[in-house]
Write a protein that binds this ligand. Structure first.
Ligand SMILES: CC(C)(COP(=O)(O)OP(=O)(O)OC[C@H]1O[C@@H](n2cnc3c(N)ncnc32)[C@H](O)[C@@H]1OP(=O)(O)O)[C@@H](O)C(=O)NCCC(=O)NCCS
Length: 251
């Protein structure tokens, strides 16, 4: 329910100043712009990241539960699977993987592979790596929320944390925090199989120098299970482009 509420609240951040960074090219589709912006993200060894536009679901053979969903859901599911196939291919997987739906709605990755899928209304992405090169990985794409929505959701996304400590515009800061926490949850869930709400991690904004971009650190505020204890710190690696924040997190 929480997610449905946030999905309804998510604004259209296209054209938002936080959507652009130095070196961003405005040419190409939002998917192209995002893919270019994310191309320098440090990936797990042997891993790959791929993007796909949300378009026609006909390109993918949809599993039965998805065939019963609305067209929009079919299209985002299909785009996520296309991105996943491309990421696996880039990473050197040579099998024919039609990725089904596994336990708890997780994608059914081929044996020996870890992955994460995310989609917004116009773009999907997938991050993959061979098992053994990463223990966990998570990916999240979020449209930048409006300033009004940022004010509303900040207390739920960063409970007990004051806003305005990142140096970013509020709407960008809240979207970065939200996306970082979603990526963290998606990375850890396959290991822990436990739900955690937004109070289960603390956001820290770090700057290595006055001109350096802000780094987003996450500290677990409770024991998440499967050995991931209170105090464990992760870095959320982020890029902002085409009205989105893209986050990857891996170890
Ligand atoms: C599961 C959840 C993270 C998905 O995030 P979202 O922004 O709504 O959706 P995204 O597009 O990013 O990701 C959806 C994809 O994630 C994958 N997925 C679904 N459930 C998942 C889970 N529990 N763990 C990891 N990946 C999951 C699927 O591949 C899904 O796409 P598909 O159904 O088309 O294959 C979100 O719905 C949720 O429950 N969040 C609350 C928990 C949370 O974030 N807590 C914060 C802790 S600090």
């Amino acid at each position: 329910m929480l997610c449905l509420r946030f999905a309804m609240l998510r604004g259209d951040g296209a054209g938002h100043p936080a959507a652009m960074k130095k070196g961003d090219s405005l040419s190409g589709t939002p998917t192209d712009v995002l893919a270019r912006a994310a191309s320098d993200l440090p990936l797990p060894p042997g891993g790959a990241l791929a993007f796909a536009p949300v378009g026609d679901a006909a390109a993918v053979e949809l599993p039965e539960p998805i065939r019963r969903c609305a067209q929009r859901r079919q299209a985002t599911f299909a785009a996520g699977r296309i991105a996943a196939q491309e990421a696996l291919c880039k990473a050197g997987f040579r099998g024919a993987a039609a990725l089904g739906i596994g336990d708890d709605g997780l994608p059914d990755w081929p044996p020996g592979w870890l992955g994460s899928i995310s989609h917004s209304d116009d773009t999907a992405a997938a991050l993959v790596a061979p098992v053994g090169c990463a223990r966990l990985l998570g990916l999240d794409l979020e449209r930048i929320v409006t300033a009004e929505i940022a004010v509303q959701i900040a207390p739920e996304i960063m409970p007990g944390q004051p806003v305005g400590h990142s140096g970013l515009l509020l709407e960008h800061e809240v979207t970065c925090a939200f996306s970082a926490k979603e990526a963290l949850y998606k990375a850890l869930y396959p290991l822990t199989r436990q739900f955690r709400d937004f109070s289960a991690a603390h956001i820290g904004w770090q700057k290595d120098g006055a001109a350096a971009p802000v780094r987003v650190m996450l500290t677990l505020t409770e024991d998440w299970g499967a050995g991931w204890a209170t105090g464990t710190v992760f870095e959320a690696l982020q890029r902002t482009a085409a009205g989105h924040v893209a986050t990857i997190l891996w170890r």
